[in-house]
Design a protein around this ligand. Structure first.
Ligand code: NAP
Ligand code: GLV
Length: 314
């Protein structure tokens, strides 16, 4: 019995080291093999993966469980050789709630305290105060998504004094947060927003959701934070909305192509702030332990947490 591990971006092998330690603690008899060194493929029944290369699944005919080293499973579900009957489990929270909340809080603060304007004024060596700077209590934040990470972000922002609303498929109840559900309520969700945050999974329903139509529903000057997936945003529509002032600024952590090509207009845009997909990394020990626990549950005949419904795509 063996598990195959593969991570596309495990610089220095830190996560693999933590994962191997967590498996050794919880399932000492399970052999962990790093792709492509799979040994006897017939012995491999578990896979723990981030952005697996093409051909991996075809080489592993006896998989019983697939564990994603991530919250989002969009790339995994797109793998052409993904076996149709093998259950997939994703990371739920996995130590990501705190860094994601910090990241979004930072972005909201940046917009609400008008740091972009002050930066521009500094570049002009201009001492310029804005007496009308809005208070947190008047700064409406809307989060697309109301799942594990969005609800943690909503809690952080609520505690910081921001009015928060979420948008999801099903209605939620969270203290201090207004819940909107379904496409019919998306226009009402957009009303009076100051910052829009995307924390949706990438599915066929949510692909390109942040497009000209959505931007035009928002009040002029709304700021944007995308921490979900690059494909949620139509890049050309965002650039147009930034140029017209419909969107005032954007904090982007995710992109259609990563790394972002060097000639992409986002790089040098003065009202775009970019980070290289670091909002909530899964390199930590909590994620490693959680995935190892899932494997241990599977080995014990239990249902691991984080089951992915392939019909909804998340
Ligand atoms: P989650 O718990 O599965 O939550 C997903 C939320 O999206 C749920 O509230 C769900 O609604 C809602 N949703 C899905 N499809 C929808 C639709 N068609 N219309 C309206 N709402 C819809 O996911 P999570 O763990 O919070 O993670 C969210 C995403 O964050 C991941 O998929 C990943 O892409 C991204 N992420 C990024 C980073 C980073 O570093 N940038 C790190 C981690 C995760 P229901 O509640 O009604 O089902
Ligand atoms: C990171 O983007 C994740 O989905 O965990």
């Amino acid at each position: 019995m063996a598990l195959v591990f593969y991570s596309h971006s495990d610089e220095g092998g830190l996560f693999e080291k933590r994962f191997r330690a967590a498996i050794a603690e919880q399932l000492p008899d399970l052999e962990v093999r790093t792709w492509p060194e799979i040994g006897d493929a017939s012995e491999v029944i578990y896979a723990a993966l981030w952005l697996p290369p093409e051909g991996l699944f075809k080489a592993l005919p006896n998989l019983t469980h697939i564990f994603a080293l991530s919250a989002g499973v969009d790339r995994l579900l797109q793998a052409r050789d993904l076996p149709s009957e093998v259950p997939i489990y994703r990371l739920e929270e996995g130590g990501m709630a705190a860094p994601m909340s910090q990241y979004v809080h930072y972005g909201v603060l940046h917009a609400q305290r008008q740091m972009g304007l002050y930066k521009e004024a500094q570049q002009r060596q201009q001492w310029k105060r804005d007496a009308a700077e809005p208070a947190a209590g008047d700064w409406e934040v809307g989060i697309l998504g109301a799942g594990v990470l969005a609800s943690a972000v909503a809690e952080t922002l609520t505690v910081a004094g921001y009015p928060v609303r979420t948008w999801s498929r099903s209605r939620k109840q969270q203290a201090g947060v207004t819940s909107f559900a379904g496409w019919d309520e998306l226009p009402a969700f957009c009303e009076n927003l100051n910052t829009l945050v995307c924390l949706l999974p990438l599915t066929s329903d949510t692909d390109s959701i942040m497009n000209a139509e959505l931007f035009n529903r928002l009040p002029k000057g709304t700021s944007l934070i995308n921490v979900a997936r690059g494909e949620h945003c139509v890049d050309e529509d965002l650039l147009t909305a930034l140029d017209s002032g419909q969107i005032s600024s954007a904090l982007l952590d995710v992109f259609r192509q990563e790394p972002l090509p060097s000639d992409h207009p986002f790089w040098l845009h003065e009202r775009i702030m970019m980070t290289p997909h670091i909002a909530a990394p899964t390199a930590g020990g909590i994620a490693a332990k959680q995935i190892a626990k899932g494997v241990a549950d599977a080995a014990a005949g239990l249902q691991p947490a984080g089951f992915v419904d392939r019909k909804t795509g998340y």
